[in-house]
Design a protein around this ligand. Structure first.
Ligand code: ADP
Length: 298
């Protein structure tokens, strides 16, 4: 009796020890993974900050030599401006991330005219699209009601989507931005005829730091005439924050983001945002009050 009791205690003890060892091992593995993710992120950010600076410095040196044609001068200045924008975007994304993580991210909701926001984003991205010989167009729309949003953050989300379309579409692509009304929402769409997103990437697409793995050898991609240089993400700028921030910001504005995509045919990212209704202002402000600091115009 005593021996079987001691036996039971020993078995229970070793089962508990095994349980705690397994848990500790799992935790240690997770910490290792996070550590690696952080190191990769730091090295990617450093690379992303250094690359545009190298280009800017080289072009400035050429311009200072003075023996550059007027056409080349314009081209170099355009590239310098695009590279500066790229750096500013990265820094703004990093600042947003740190504000979100620090719990001090601020959204100011107000009545927003969709057409104005879309036009300003498309105008700002025109030079970058032109450099890759893409056609960037607004699909004509009319009669779209105003929405309830933070124009500054909405502009950043739409610009990020257009920049992704520019990056992940082989040269000479078509990028369309459109808007239409759907029930109580306005849907803003950014559509490209780029490489599309592999379905294995979809579950993690909006995760922090996630960068997709293209499938360069897929038959559809090959048919679409894509080469590995365009498809390899190692050469495409980015740190995997754009879609994570887009989803977070859309949620805070009472909206959502979704994607439809087909390999070799392209992707459409859709933003749904609530239509502005002055009399429902109070109700909507309650719905989003956890995230919004001020509700302008209410
Ligand atoms: P980044 O572009 O910095 O890698 P994002 O968060 O903006 O980060 O995008 C995450 C991933 O989603 C990208 O690495 C890319 O693989 C994929 N992706 C985003 N937009 C597109 C698009 N329009 N076409 C194809 N792939 C896309």
């Amino acid at each position: 009796m005593l021996y079987s009791l001691i036996g039971m205690i020993v078995v229970c003890g070793s089962t508990a020890a095994l349980f705690w060892t397994t848990r500790l091992e799992r935790k240690a593995r997770r910490l290792d993974e996070l550590d690696q993710l952080k190191s990769e992120f730091v090295s990617r950010v450093s690379h992303e900050l250094r690359t545009p600076l190298t280009t800017i410095k080289a072009l400035t040196r050429l311009l200072r030599r003075g023996d550059v044609s007027a056409e080349k001068q314009r081209e170099y200045l355009e590239t310098i401006s695009i590279e500066c924008d790229r750096q500013i975007d990265l820094i703004l994304n990093l600042l947003d991330l740190s504000r979100i993580e620090g719990g001090v991210f601020r959204i100011d909701l107000e009545r927003v005219e969709v057409g104005e926001v879309i036009t300003s984003c498309v105008t700002a991205e025109m030079a970058a699209a032109g450099k890759r010989k893409h056609k960037l167009e607004i699909k004509p729309f009319a009669g779209i009601p105003p929405i309830y949003s933070d124009p500054k953050h909405l502009r950043r989300v739409i610009s990020n989507l257009i920049e992704n379309s520019i990056k992940y579409t082989p040269d000479g692509g078509l990028i369309l931005v459109s808007a239409n009304t759907e029930a109580n929402n306005v849907a803003i769409r950014v559509t490209d005829n780029g490489r599309g997103i592999p379905k294995e990437d979809l579950p993690s697409l909006f995760d922090k730091f996630y960068r997709g793995r293209p499938s360069p050898h897929s038959a559809a991609a090959a048919t679409a005439g894509m080469n590995e240089e365009i498809l390899g993400d190692a050469d495409v700028s980015g740190v995997g924050l754009g879609l994570y921030l887009a989803r977070d910001v859309m949620k805070r504005m009472g909206g959502r983001i979704s994607v439809e995509t087909k390999i070799g045919e392209g992707s459409t990212f859709t933003l749904h945002l609530p239509i502005w209704k002055a009399d429902e202002c109070a109700k909507q402000s309650t719905e989003v009050k956890e995230n919004a600091k001020t509700i302008a115009g209410c």
